[in-house]
Design a protein around this ligand. Structure first.
Ligand code: UDP
Length: 488
C-alpha cells in the first residue's frame, strides 16, 4: 500500500475569489461546518488502485486539499499490485459492470482477487485505527473491507465510479461474483441512480462526478495563453509563443496516407480563425467518433450540393472544421482496443475526398506530461465553437461538464450520464440516438447556424455546472455520507 503525498494547490480563498463560484463556496462552507465537526477524531482513508491517470486520481487531490484546509483528517492509499492476473481480472470486472465481456468468473479468479488484497492488508492495518472511516474506490480494493473490519471497528463505504443503466446477464453475473464483498460495506455511493444494482439500493447515495474549476484542465486561460498553448503543443504553427518554448512532445495529426504528421503539415488548419466542432475522448468505439465523422461529412456534402453559396448559412458550414482528439497511442501501452478504433477512424478518414480531409483533423495528444495534456485539452475546448460528446454509452461524460463550465454549447447523445447533465435547448442539444447520422448532421448544422442560441446555451451550461457539478457541490454530498457513517 502506498500513502500518496498530495501536493499543495488552490486554496478555498482562490475559489472564493471567482465571482461565479463565490456563492457556492460560501454555501459549501456553511453546510460543511456541522458534518466536519462530527468527523472530529476520525481519519478518512481513501483507497484506490492508482495514483495517476483516471478520474479518481485526478479529482482526489483537490477534494483532499479543500477538506484538509477545513480541518478534516483525510489520507489516500493506493493498492500495491503486480500480479498480471489481478489486472486481467479487475479489467474483466470493470467491463462486466459496463455489460461487456463473457461474464464468467471462477473460484480461481476469487483467489487472485483476494491474494493481492491480502498482501496489502498489513500496511492498511498499520495506519487505520478504530473509529476511522474508509472509502474504497471501484472494484480493485473491494475485498479489503471484510479483512479490515475483522480487526478494526470502522465504517467502510464503497464508491463505484462505473455502471450500466440496465441489468443484463453479464451485469447480474459480475454483481453476483462481487456480492460476498458488498455484504461487508456499510454504505455505497454511485454516480447515477440507474447504475445501482437492486440489492444495494437501500444503502446507496448518489454523488455525480464533478470538476475542479481551477485545475489545469478547467482554469481560465487568457487569450494569449490559450493561443500560446496551441502553439506550444504544435496545433498552431504560424505564430511563436513569446514566453515559453514548445512542449517536449507535440500533438500529431493523422495524415491522408494514414501516417502521423504534424497538425499543419498536410494543410494549414487555421484553427483559431475558423469555427470548429470538437470531440475529445479516449479512442473507444462507445464514444461515437465514427458516427460523428459520418454526420459531419454528410452535413458538408449536403451543404455543397444543396446550399446557396452566397448565403451566410452556406459559408458558416463551409468554414467549419471537425476536430477529433484523443490520446497519442505512443504514450499508451496495452490498449489494443484503442489502437484498433484509431485505425478504423484513420481508414474512414482516408476514404473521403481530399477537400473533406482538409476539414477534418484527427489529433493525437501526448500524455507524457499530465499538466501539458490538461492544458492542451483546456485550450482546445476553449477555442471550440461546439463541443460534441456523441457517446453510444457513457458513464458520466466529464468532457461535457468541462465544456459547459467553459461556456461552450454542447451536442450530446442521450447516453445516461450525458442526459443527466445536459438540458435540451438550454445548454445545447441532446440528439438521442448517436447512430442516427441524418439527425446528428441536421442538429450540428442548426447549432452552427444559430450563434446567439449558442451563446445562451454556453452561459446556461456554466451555471448548471456551478450549481451541480463542481468540487463544492460534490463535497457537500460526501460530507453528508461520511458524517452519517460516524453517527451509525
Ligand atoms: N481526456 C484527456 N486527454 C485525452 C482524452 C480525454 O485528458 O486525450 C480527459 C477528458 O478531458 C476527461 C476525461 O479524460 O476529463 C474523460 O472522462 P469522461 O468522463 O468524459 O470519459 P471516460 O474516459 O471516463 O469514459
Amino acid at each position: 500500500m502506498q500513502k500518496i503525498n498530495v501536493k499543495s494547490g488552490a486554496k478555498i480563498d482562490d475559489y472564493k475569489a471567482y465571482g461565479s463560484l463565490n456563492s457556492s463556496v460560501l454555501d459549501f462552507i456553511e453546510k460543511a461546518t456541522q458534518p466536519i465537526a462530527s468527523l472530529n477524531g476520525s481519519t478518512i482513508w481513501m483507497i484506490n488502485s492508482t495514483a495517476i491517470g483516471g478520474g479518481v486520481a485526478e479529482m482526489l487531490p483537490s477534494q483532499m486539499r479543500i477538506l484538509r484546509e477545513l480541518g478534516v483528517s483525510i489520507e489516500w492509499l493506493v493498492l500495491d499490485a503486480n500480479d498480471p492476473n489481478f489486472f486481467d481480472l479487475t479489467k474483466r470486472i470493470h467491463n462486466a459492470i459496463h455489460g461487456s465481456g463473457d461474464g464468467k468468473f471462477t473460484e480461481t479468479d476469487r483467489e487472485v482477487f483476494e491474494a493481492t488484497n491480502t498482501a496489502n492488508l498489513s500496511d492498511a492495518l498499520e495506519l487505520i485505527k478504530d473509529g476511522d472511516i474508509v472509502v474504497v474506490h471501484d472494484p480493485q480494493p473491494m475485498p479489503l473491507a471484510a479483512m479490515i473490519k475483522k480487526q478494526r471497528n470502522v465504517a467502510i463505504v464503497w464508491r463505484c465510479h462505473i455502471g450500466l443503466e440496465e441489468d443484463t446477464a453479464i451485469t447480474d453475473a459480475v454483481w453476483n461474483f462481487l456480492s460476498p464483498y458488498t455484504d461487508d460495506y456499510d454504505h455505497f455511493v454511485f454516480s447515477l441512480p440507474s447504475y445501482v444494482p437492486k440489492s444495494l439500493k437501500e444503502k446507496t447515495s448518489i454523488i455525480p462526478p464533478a470538476i475542479d474549476p481551477l485545475s489545469h484542465k478547467n482554469r481560465a486561460l487568457q487569450l494569449h495563453k490559450n493561443v500560446g498553448i496551441l502553439y506550444q503543443s504544435g496545433i498552431l504553427d504560424d505564430h511563436k509563443a513569446i514566453l515559453y518554448n514548445r512542449y517536449n512532445h507535440l500533438v500529431r495529426r493523422v495524415m491522408p496516407d494514414g501516417s502521423f504528421g504534424s497538425p499543419n503539415q498536410h494543410n494549414s488548419l487555421h484553427l483559431i480563425y475558423r469555427t470548429f466542432v470538437t470531440e475529445i475522448s479516449r479512442w473507444d468505439r462507445l464514444k461515437g467518433f465514427k458516427e460523428l465523422m459520418q454526420a459531419f461529412i454528410k452535413m458538408k456534402k449536403d451543404n455543397r450540393e444543396h446550399g446557396d453559396p452566397e448565403s451566410l448559412e452556406y459559408k458558416r458550414i463551409k468554414m467549419t472544421l471537425l476536430v477529433l482528439a484523443g490520446p497519442d497511442p505512443a504514450f499508451v501501452s496495452d490498449d489494443p482496443e484503442g489502437e484498433a478504433v484509431l485505425k478504423e477512424l484513420t481508414a474512414q478518414y482516408q476514404s473521403v475526398d481530399p477537400e473533406m480531409q482538409n476539414d477534418i483533423a484527427i489529433l493525437l495528444m501526448p500524455l507524457d506530461n499530465p499538466k501539458e495534456n490538461a492544458l492542451i485539452v483546456n485550450a482546445l475546448q476553449r477555442s471550440s465553437t461546439i463541443i460534441v460528446q456523441n457517446s453510444i454509452q457513457e458513464g458520466f461524460g466529464l468532457t461535457a461538464t468541462e465544456a459547459m463550465w467553459k461556456r461552450k454549447p454542447v451536442l450530446v447523445s442521450g447516453a445516461a450520464g450525458l442526459k443527466f447533465q445536459v438540458e435540451h435547448d438550454k445548454n445545447g442539444k441532446i440528439n438521442e440516438d448517436p447512430t442516427d447520422i441524418g439527425k446528428l448532421a441536421e442538429t450540428l448544422a442548426y447549432m452552427l447556424n444559430h450563434p446567439k442560441e449558442r451563446d445562451k446555451w454556453g452561459f446556461n451550461g456554466q451555471l448548471r455546472v456551478i450549481q451541480n457539478f463542481t468540487l463544492f457541490s460534490q463535497l457537500i454530498s460526501w460530507l453528508e455520507v461520511l458524517s452519517a457513517q460516524k453517527s451509525t
